[in-house]
Design a binder for this molecule. Structure first.
Ligand SMILES: *Cc1c(COP(=O)(O)O)cnc(C)c1O
Length: 347
């Protein structure tokens, strides 16, 4: 029976998400979740959505209220906003809409591994292009014939940020669809909204990281209304449910709460970076809620395993042509204190 599965699917390994342990007592610094709870308004909104008749009926397929809220926040046309079941859903929709079988998807490397998986699912080719030495996109871009380019900005696993000027030059030189995956942009000093002037540019956002709603599954895209209308044809009619729409809308409405958590996480990031460097680690300058680090004499794999034995989970990653390292999420101050305490005994 499996021989009837499309050969592109049989040939692929499948995306491996980070470990999600179910036991208590584990300090989880491996998938960049927010260590702080979502805004109290999110809980109220979910409670309200649970009253009356709302679960019996289908949700609003386009998420009108969410779109209005996001449009106001980003100063963008509500018709240019697409809702998704997590931003991974948006990335899938964009791939299905733009990339033909046998087509080409490009992305700088090292970056989010899901992009390659999306290419494989679509039966498309995938081209990695190394970042420049200062973590920008090389121009001219060697894969300018790609039907779709994904740029995570800030990037994962490095946390580095491509400048607006560099993205602008890229968009001017390359007329093909460019998705700027801004999953971590709230932790950075600038976002790429000025690039929305270019009709081929799509920005994707998630509620999973800065808004502490990874368990809810909600993301969205900003783009030109004409493109978003086409993308809407590809999505499941009801890809976001009543509860996630209520939660996401309430979260966006509480920008004061967001600002407060972001300030805390950024301060902890600075502290973690300084301490890791004092312990001999090389770190990359991070605009996200995690740090990429390597140690000159301790293998990343060993550090990962030793920390895991001590109930601290970080992400060990290896990239062809780039090497291995640890990606450590910025947890709460107490979690980072525990991490640093254990790391001190290991290096
Ligand atoms: C976490 C992450 C996402 C996806 O987040 P969702 O939980 O699916 O919204 C997308 N891109 C990058 C680079 C990420 O790290």
């Amino acid at each position: 029976m499996t021989s009837l599965i499309r050969s592109a699917i049989r040939a692929m390994k499948g995306y491996t998400p980070g470990e999600q342990p179910r036991e208590d007592g584990i300090i989880k610094l491996n998938t960049n979740e927010n260590p702080y709870p979502p805004s109290p308004r999110v809980f109220e909104a979910i409670q309200t959505a649970l009253t009356g008749d709302r679960l019996r009926k289908y949700p609003d397929p386009v998420g009108t209220l969410f779109r209005q809220t996001a449009a106001r926040l980003h100063d963008h046309d509500p018709e240019g906003i697409l809702i998704g079941n997590g931003s991974d859903d948006i990335l899938t929709i964009v791939t299905r809409a733009f990339v033909p079988e046998g087509g080409l998807i490009a992305s700088p490397t090292p970056s989010y591994l899901l992009y390659r998986t999306l290419a494989e699912l679509q039966g498309a080719r995938f081209q990695n292009v190394p970042f420049t030495a200062d973590w920008q996109l090389p121009l001219p871009w060697p894969a300018s014939d790609a039907q779709l380019t994904f740029v995570a900005n800030p990037n994962s696993p490095t946390g580095t940020l491509v400048s607006l000027a560099n993205l602008e030059a890229f968009a001017r030189a390359c007329p093909n669809p460019l998705v700027i995956d801004e999953a971590y942009v709230d932790f950075a000093d600038h976002d790429a909204r000025p690039l929305l002037r270019h009709p081929q540019v799509i920005l994707t956002r998630t509620l999973s990281k800065s808004y502490a709603l990874a368990g809810i599954r909600f993301g969205y895209a900003l783009g030109s209304p004409a493109v978003i209308r086409e993308l809407s044809k590809v999505k499941d009619s009801y890809n976001c449910d009543v509860l996630s729409l209520a939660a996401a809308t309430a979260a966006l409405q509480d920008q004061d709460y967001l600002r407060a958590t972001l300030a805390t996480i950024r301060a902890t990031r600075t502290r973690l970076d300084g301490e890791l460097q004092r312990l001999g680690f090389a770190t990359l300058p991070s605009s996200a809620n995690f740090l990429w680090c390597t140690h000159p004499s301790r293998a990343a794999r060993t550090l990962y395993e030793e920390l895991k034995r001590r109930n601290i989970l970080v992400r060990y990653m290896v990239y062809e042509g780039f090497g291995e390292g640890l990606r450590i999420s910025v947890g709460s101050d107490a979690e980072i204190d525990r991490l640093l305490h254990e790391v001190r005994s290991l290096v």
